[in-house]
Design a protein around this ligand. Structure first.
Ligand SMILES: C[S@@+](CC[C@H](N)C(=O)[O-])C[C@H]1O[C@@H](n2cnc3c(N)ncnc32)[C@H](O)[C@@H]1O
Length: 247
């Protein structure tokens, strides 16, 4: 099955539950200040999903543009955030004029994309001369052995997962797309298994396979899994924010 079809199937199924589960996950990231967004700016997000991330810019931006492969995610985005302009599209072919957007962002999407350089290049194409490209994604351990086990786990959890990259690899991707990094911030927090594998969103059989993998290999993922009360686990989620510009 193609990469795009896998993504669409997974997110079409989960759109409304995804919006509920992930609401608020960026609230303490301070990403709006980090992105240098100015009042009235246009902000476009590639892989906006249900617009939980994009809506963080509601108070400052003049226009919010949500671009996503998956219709169901965009429908939920419009229901939850009616002010957003929702456009179905793919990250490496944005239906937007060159040099027309102040801030071109993508959050929690690159780990679904096997070949991210064309997507970041395309984001650079549509950013204004004084605009920014913002990349936010979860990162894997810099230790290859841990990164491999983490990705094995993520793929059991979500068949549309491509690869969680270490921070060093995300920097290389942005550079290979011809952009210069202006700022970066690593941001981490703890999550629980019961929240991550929400029964409302994931099939029971998948939850059990992921739980079994965590019990056997969680300690090898670099995600600092810890046994919690009841049958739950907690783990550390690390995310990198990269702010970049065309040279
Ligand atoms: C994990 S969700 C993240 C949604 C949102 N950015 C957030 O953080 O709440 C990933 C989203 O990326 C979209 N997506 C994945 N690959 C894409 C691509 N190549 N072009 C456009 N959208 C893509 C999926 O349809 C899905 O809605």
């Amino acid at each position: 099955m193609s990469e795009h079809k896998l993504v669409q199937d997974e997110f079409e199924r989960t759109a409304t539950k995804f919006a509920e589960r992930t609401k608020g996950r960026f609230d303490d990231s301070d990403v709006v200040a980090f992105s240098r967004a100015r009042p009235g700016d246009s902000v476009l997000e590639v892989g906006s999903g249900t617009a939980n991330f994009l809506a963080l810019f509601e108070d400052v931006a003049g226009q919010l543009i949500a671009v996503d492969l998956t219709h169901g995610m965009l429908r939920t985005a419009k229901t939850n955030h009616p002010g957003v302009l929702a456009v179905q599209g793919e990250g490496s072919r944005l239906p937007v004029a060159s040099r027309s957007v102040d801030l071109v962002a993508t959050a929690q999407v690159l780990h679904h994309i096997h070949h991210p350089v064309p997507v970041i290049k395309e984001m650079g194409r549509v950013a204004k001369d004084d605009g920014y490209v913002l990349v936010v994604d979860q990162v894997a351990s810099e230790r290859l052995e841990e990164a491999l086990v983490m990705n094995e786990l993520e793929l059991i959890r979500d068949p549309s997962h491509a690869i969680s990259r270490p921070a060093s690899a995300l920097r290389v991707v942005v550079g290979a797309a011809g952009l210069e990094i202006a700022d970066e911030r690593l941001w981490e927090g703890r999550n629980t298994f019961s929240q991550w594998m929400w029964p409302g969103e994931f099939p029971e059989e998948r939850i059990e396979r992921v739980r079994d993998f965590v019990e056997r290999h969680g300690a090898d993922t670099g995600m600092d899994f810890r046994k919690e009360e009841g049958d739950d686990w907690s783990f550390c989620r690390r995310r990198l924010m990269l702010l970049a510009k065309r040279p």
